[in-house]
Design a protein around this ligand. Structure first.
Ligand code: S3P
Length: 190
C-alpha cells in the first residue's frame, strides 16, 4: 500500500529511463498489467500486438489467416526493431510483448539487450482458466486437441525461453494485476 501511494505521486521524470518489457504465455495478463504499470508510473505503454495491428491495418487472427505464422513473426520482429530503435533512452516505456515474440531469435536478442524483461509466469491451470472461451482470438491455440493439451504442449516448448529472456520472474497465479504491478515496481525500484 505504501509503495502504491508513493508511486502515485511520482511523475514519469522520477522513473529511471528504460524499456520494461513484459513477456509470458497468452492469457497471463501482459496487457492488463502493462496498463496498471502505465497508470502507476505515469509512463508510456506500447502493446506490440496493437502496434502490429495498427501497422498492418488488420487484426492478428486475420494476419495469420491471410499470410500465415512466418509472415506474422516477421512483422513482429520488424515492429519490435522499430520500437526499440526509436526509443532514445530519455524516457521509460512499458512494452507489452506478444506471447510468442521472444521465441524468434532476433526478438529474443533485442529484448535481452535493450530491455529489462519481466516474465509473468503462470501455471497451466491459471492459463487454461483465463484462455477458456477466448481461443478463437488466439491463432496459436487452433486445433482439435483440448485447450489444456494445446497450452501444455506450447508452454513446454516456450518455458525455458521465457525464463532466459527475463531479468525478473514473477508468479501471477492468484495475484491481482495491481499487486503484480507493485511487485515489479518494487523489484526495479521504480
Ligand atoms: C501469440 C500471442 C499473441 C499474439 C499472437 C501470437 C503467441 O499475443 O501475439 O496471437 O504466439 O503466443 P498475446 O500473448 O498477447 O495473446
Amino acid at each position: 500500500m505504501q509503495v502504491r501511494q508513493a508511486k502515485n505521486r511520482l511523475s514519469s521524470s522520477n522513473v529511471p529511463a528504460m524499456i520494461l518489457s513484459l513477456t509470458g504465455f497468452m492469457g497471463c495478463g501482459k496487457s492488463s498489467i502493462g496498463k496498471v504499470l502505465q497508470s502507476r508510473l505515469g509512463c508510456r505503454l506500447i502493446d506490440l500486438d496493437d502496434y502490429i495491428e495498427a501497422k498492418a491495418g488488420k487484426k492478428i487472427p486475420d494476419i495469420f489467416k491471410d499470410s500465415g505464422e512466418p509472415a506474422f513473426r516477421k512483422m513482429e520482429a520488424d515492429a519490435l526493431r522499430e520500437i526499440i530503435g526509436r526509443e532514445n533512452g530519455n524516457d521509460t516505456v512499458i512494452l507489452s510483448l506478444g506471447g510468442g515474440a521472444v521465441m524468434t531469435p532476433e526478438c529474443f536478442d533485442l529484448v535481452k539487450k535493450h530491455t529489462k524483461c519481466v516474465y509473468l509466469r503462470a501455471t497451466i491451470d491459471t492459463l487454461v482458466a483465463t484462455l477458456s472461451g477466448y481461443e478463437a482470438q488466439r491463432p496459436m491455440l487452433k486445433g482439435d486437441e483440448d485447450l489444456r493439451t494445446k497450452v501444455s504442449n506450447l508452454m513446454a516448448k516456450r518455458a525455458s525461453t521465457y525464463e532466459a529472456a527475463a531479468s525478473y520472474i514473477t508468479d501471477i497465479d492468484g495475484i491481482s494485476y495491481e499487486d503484480t504491478a507493485d511487485d515489479i515496481i518494487k523489484y526495479f525500484s521504480l
